[in-house]
Design a protein around this ligand. Structure first.
Ligand SMILES: [Fe+2]
Length: 415
């Protein structure tokens, strides 16, 4: 089923401005007339950078917590690049690790600005790579809409400028990039990521042992793929961030819900050409309803903007869908998955929220953020065919739990 964004009526109770409603329609119309909607297909890869020395432990964490398995590695003049695959039709995960301990580029500088991201200044979710039928035409159309792309010598990392993937500048609203790729995501010869390298045998054995554990405990059957990625941004930039992503993608604005108790809203954008979000995961933006400085009048909790002030605008979590069903004796699959990885040392924020009894509902949980990628992992189980990404009570509980974990103490202000 294909969604026509111009006909679609968004869900939710979050009010948008006239600016948003007007330009959303103009953006959809321009995508159609300018050919972008015809050129862009699905997200074929997610890109994450970690600190020098963190890639291998991060790969082990990924093997335990999700469906991604190490496939190939490359070395460029500045980075080691690891390709991980889950299902062939789902996006690849690309993990980059600088070769030098003192590596500095724009990611490093961005992270150094914020108190809780400065300890791992090279760790950051970078962005998504879309499949396009014509990368040059895509770049040309987007540049005519004032979207900036990186060219040679503008950044140190050749992945952004020398590979066969065109990357936008980090967004001023989200700090995420969007990449566009015409060649097949598995055609490494054409992608030009660097020289192929081998993992040391002992590292391969460690990863294989975790994959084996996952199989023996059925985690590989239960954790399906990436459902959505959620970026946290400033209150005043919510509509800009959504409109910018709609400009740069073929996604449609699915809807937005107000989470009043947390002074926050959740804004969901989806690919309208697919029936399974795991093929091209939803992009979620969360932002405060009113910014921190006037929230001092209202005294509401505000974990969303506190996160932005502590870590910078950035990807906050990546959610995996857990297959719906019961494990032993009525325990839901998500509870079993959480217990199993918790036994292997993964920490979670609070407990699984959501009921999942006889009606359609959602069970969700946030892990603590990875010490390697700074990303939280969310597990989400949709019970009895629940359609949607969250329930208001779940989001309020999850947001509160994550806020507790992201506190930064300074002077007399505790957030
Ligand atoms: Fe989420």
């Amino acid at each position: 089923m294909t969604i026509d964004p111009l006909q679609y009526k968004p869900k939710g109770d979050k009010k948008n401005s006239e600016f948003f409603e007007t330009y959303k329609v103009k953006i959809y119309e321009r995508r159609k007339s300018g050919g972008l909607d015809d050129m862009l297909e699905t997200i074929r890869a997610l890109v994450v950078q970690v600190e020098h020395g963190d890639a291998l432990p991060y790969l082990r964490e990924l093997h335990l917590m999700g469906p991604y398995r190490f496939h190939k590695a490359f070395q460029s003049p500045t980075h080691r690049i690891f390709i991980l695959i889950s299902q062939p039709e789902f996006p690849r995960l690309i993990v980059m690790e600088p070769l030098a301990e003192d590596y500095v580029d724009e990611i490093t500088m961005l992270n150094r600005l914020y108190p809780l991201s400065s300890a791992k200044p090279n760790a950051r979710y970078v962005g998504e790579i879309f499949k396009t039928k014509d990368v040059e035409a895509t770049r040309k159309v987007l540049e005519s809409h004032n979207i900036r792309f990186n060219y040679h010598h503008e950044t140190k990392n050749p992945f952004f400028t020398e590979s066969n993937i065109a990357f936008s500048f980090p967004s001023d609203y989200t700090c995420n990039r969007v990449g566009y790729c015409e060649v097949d995501i598995d055609d490494y010869e054409a992608l030009q990521l660097g020289e192929a390298i081998e993992l040391p045998g002992s590292e391969k054995e460690k990863l294989d042992a975790i994959s084996e554990f996952s199989k023996e405990n059925r985690l590989d059957e239960l954790i399906l793929g990436v459902d959505h990625m959620a970026t946290r941004i400033l209150a005043g930039e919510r509509e800009d961030a959504i409109c910018e992503f709609l400009t740069m993608s073929n996604y449609y604005f699915w809807g937005a819900y107000n989470i009043a108790a947390m002074n926050s809203s959740t804004n969901v954008n989806r690919n309208g050409n697919i029936t399974d979000d795991k093929i091209s995961p939803a992009k979620v933006f969360t932002a405060n309803n009113i910014p921190s400085f006037v929230n001092s009048f209202e005294k509401l909790p505000m974990p969303t903007e506190d996160f932005v002030r502590n870590f910078g605008k950035r990807m906050h979590h990546v959610a995996y869908e857990v297959r719906d069903g019961d494990h032993r004796g009525g325990e839901k699959n998500v509870d079993y998955v959480v217990d199993t990885v918790r036994d292997r040392g993964i920490e979670f924020l609070a407990h699984v929220v959501g009921e999942c009894k006889d009606d359609p509902d959602l069970k969700q949980i946030f892990s603590r953020h990875s010490e390697y990628s700074i990303l939280i992992t969310e597990y989400v189980e949709r019970c009895h065919g629940y359609e949607g990404f969250f329930t208001k009570t779940n989001v309020a509980a999850l947001t509160a739990a994550a806020g507790q974990d992201e506190r930064y103490q300074h002077g007399k202000v505790f957030d």
